[in-house]
Design a binder for this molecule. Structure first.
Ligand code: ADP
Ligand code: MG
Length: 240
């Protein structure tokens, strides 16, 4: 589904991603862990062209996203993204936050968009909150609306960048549960997270990033219990 070859990204003299190779299979759930500043967010952002890679290749469903012929908006619809900060529109209700993209980008009628939006709210457990504004939702509820909004575009891949890091501890579980359900439905997902319990349970594979490279990868069992790299073990000791 995703092929990354020799991907590099630099900001001026700062070499943030150094020749990254990675492959993500359809329906695979991959968690990315690693220290702050190691390039995790930049890597995700390169996959949907929020950042332009400096060199290398990113193929999504076989199409090179850096080709001039490739339609950036089409890529962004195919690859949904959820951020640490939920970025909901404050002056729109939950339902409107979800239907906006459907009406503007997918050219749905208002009625069609609302029907779809309500189904998505149900999927994330927020049927009751359709007409509520973000300021009257908890952080966990806002993040679930953000997930529903991303799903509205019917992405083939979902990227999550520390989706629970801005949440109070008691709200982390409800968001992780929505993500687990998505994984069970067969969504292809890449998730940057510090939630090691979630990674262990939900990930098919874990990538450990360090200083702009994927230093080690493996199943949760391999990475958490039989890591080969001292840097990985050191990171896990600190975080667990
Ligand atoms: P992580 O998500 O693993 O914490 P990031 O990908 O956010 O790491 O950042 C990796 C490095 O790239 C950091 O040193 C960060 O300061 C730098 N960086 C990220 N985005 C930019 C940018 N737009 N301009 C300059 N430097 C950036
Ligand atoms: Mg980050």
């Amino acid at each position: 589904m995703i092929q990354v070859r020799q991907l590099t990204k630099s900001f001026g003299n700062l070499h943030v991603l150094k020749k990254i190779d990675a492959q993500i299979k359809r329906q695979e759930v991959v968690c990315i862990i690693g220290p702050s500043g190691s390039g995790k967010s930049t890597f995700l952002r390169c996959l949907n062209l929020l950042e332009e890679p400096s060199s290398g290749e990113v193929l999504i469903g076989g199409a090179n996203i850096m080709d001039r012929q490739t339609n950036i908006n089409a890529i962004r619809q195919k690859v949904g993204m959820v951020f640490q900060q939920f970025n909901l529109f404050p002056h729109k209700t939950s339902l409107e936050n979800i239907t906006m993209g459907l009406i503007k980008l997918k050219k749905c009628s208002k009625a069609e968009a609302e029907e779809k939006g309500r189904k998505l709210l149900e999927k994330v457990g927020l049927s009751e909150k359709a007409d509520v504004y973000p300021r009257n939702l908890s952080g966990g509820q806002q993040q679930r609306v953000a997930i529903a909004r991303a799903l509205a575009m019917e992405p083939e891949i979902m990227l999550f960048d520390e989706p629970t890091s801005a949440l109070d501890p008691e709200m982390v579980g409800e968001v992780l549960q929505v993500m687990k359900n998505l994984a069970q439905d067969g969504m292809t997902m890449i998730i940057v997270t510090h939630e090691m319990g979630f990674a262990r349970e939900a990930a098919d594979r874990i990538l450990f990033m360090d200083q702009g490279t994927i230093l080690e990868e493996g199943t949760p069992e391999e990475l958490f219990n039989h890591s080969k790299q001292e840097r990985t073990r050191e990171f896990l000791r600190k975080i667990l």
